[in-house]
Design a protein around this ligand. Sequence first.
Ligand code: ADP
Ligand code: MG
Length: 628
Amino acid sequence: MALLQISEPGQSPQPHQRKHAVGIDLGTTNSLVATVRSGMAEVLKDEQGRELLPSVVHYMTDGVSCVGHEASEHNIADPLNTISSVKRLLGRGLADVKTFGGQLPYEFDSDDGGMPKIKTAAGLISPIQVSAEILRKLAGRAEIAFDSMLDGAVITVPAYFDDAQRQATKDAATLAGIKVLRLLNEPTAAAIAYGLDESTDNNSSEESTIAVYDLGGGTFDVSILRLTRGVFEVLATGGDSALGGDDFDRAIAEWLRQEMGMAEDLNPIEQRILLETARAAKEELSDSDQVALEVLDWRGTLTRELMHSLIDGLIDKTLRACKRSLRDAGLEKTQISKVILVGGSTRTPRVGEKVAELFGTEPLCSLNPDQVVAMGAALQAEVLVGNKSGDDMLLLDVIPLSLGIETMGGLIEKIIHRNTTIPVSKAQEFTTFKDGQTAMAVHVLQGERELATDCRSLARFELRGIPPMVAGAAKIRVAYQVDADGLLNVSARELTSNVESRIEVKPSYGLGEEEITSMLQDSFSHARDDMQARALREQQVEADRMIEDLLAALDKDAEALLDAQESQCLHVAINELKQVRASSTEHRVLARQIESVAKASEEFAARRMDASIKSALAGHTLDEIEKG
Ligand code: ADP
Ligand code: MG
């Protein structure tokens, strides 16, 4: 026995029917998909043999043009329509997003007041839609590998993600047509990939404490896990959802800008060029001591030492977060027995050095730090989908931020404290404020601050039908329940009358069920088909009108204006158009046919025009006509 199995109710696997499950690491910078083959987790490659899929989507006027490597190539030429780092925006409100304004080149708008959308050539696109494109691409890669549909996926999220961000991730998967077996915290996935769950003797009471240090492109997470008798427990999580290798790039790009003597207000294209150069230099410096730089017509050198002076401050920031998490977990750093390095940015040797120095132990890094998360997710998916008979996995995760309720005076009363392990349910009693009060507003909040306005608003609902009583007499029990995915259910019940009201928290910036359904119906890939269909319909209407008009005209004027052969030609053209109109599903083909009929009938139209002018003129003087 290792971890306790968390499989979906009613989902017991058929003995010999293997299901196709994957683990997906939906990263800020790169995403991956992995599966388990012959008991081993393995990252799936694309047709070119590449494992990482850059989390980038390029949009054009008629929708998504490409996803991944191909999309990254548009970075420089078309930055505003090339959407990257969208994970930073997932589940965020317009106000949050505006604070990232300096970091991302996009323009934002919101067409429904809540969820911010990115302005692109294809219209307003939500971060959920962008993420769905990435997930769809990865699911497609897996389906090719399996030559079969996907049964389900475990998708990883930073431990730091709040409810809205988790919900947005799930929404993106739903939009991509992927069944989410579970959302899994990235550090937990990494620990599973290292097989740490199997490394302690289940029968002994031996305990080990693990720190997972994950520095990716856009997020930094540190998690402290405890492993007892094969059971994982996340003791604490911390980090910074807006700190990663991208910030190294920005620091180096800023140095470059100054060295190159460029003005501060770079245009988006210059900005991208500097960032791309900075990133390439940084990655090269993981293997060499210095790198020669060529940007536009500037030449220079960046040494490791110089880079360290640019990024040390950022690394130190991650170390401070590590110390905070240790404090949250109530541990000394000497009590940490293993440290795992995760994320592409831990390939910068300086990072490993500083982490080793802080914890006083050499971190584990034998698995590819870009891949560990996807691999662990795949192992977990294998269990959840029912392929691995499980006296397995218990994964205890924690709430990253406290959940509470707004009370009188705009204060927050915390009901579930941060770092409480989940699943969890807690309840608290409240009462009415006024005599005869029959309704109560429940405002669900998440955050550590004292004032409701400083916390994230997750949901509001009302409890109605409370029997009128004097103030303070009613007893209203508010229960918060968080499931294994970290999603919240809140209910409020008046205890004497038993009136109840509940809500599954649809975070303010997430999508409602209906919206998801309707988005699914006209989701992005369909939007393309829809546009095709509409264009075809327009051409069909045009063809019908042309056929009808032309036949009527022939009926009326052919005899007077055309000879037999000319008339015959037009009838042939009309018949051809009728045929294409009936058979073609391609609007361009139909449009060409319409065009050719228009050409063929030009002469006839001209003669009719002349004839009608003549008849209009008949009986009028030129003078009258000119006064018109
Ligand atoms: P995320 O989890 O945010 O998607 P990854 O774990 O894929 O990100 O890490 C991406 C980051 O890793 C980028 O900032 C990238 O520049 C950095 N990176 C990748 N390879 C190297 C390398 N060899 N040396 C230093 N940094 C690297
Ligand atoms: Mg990552």
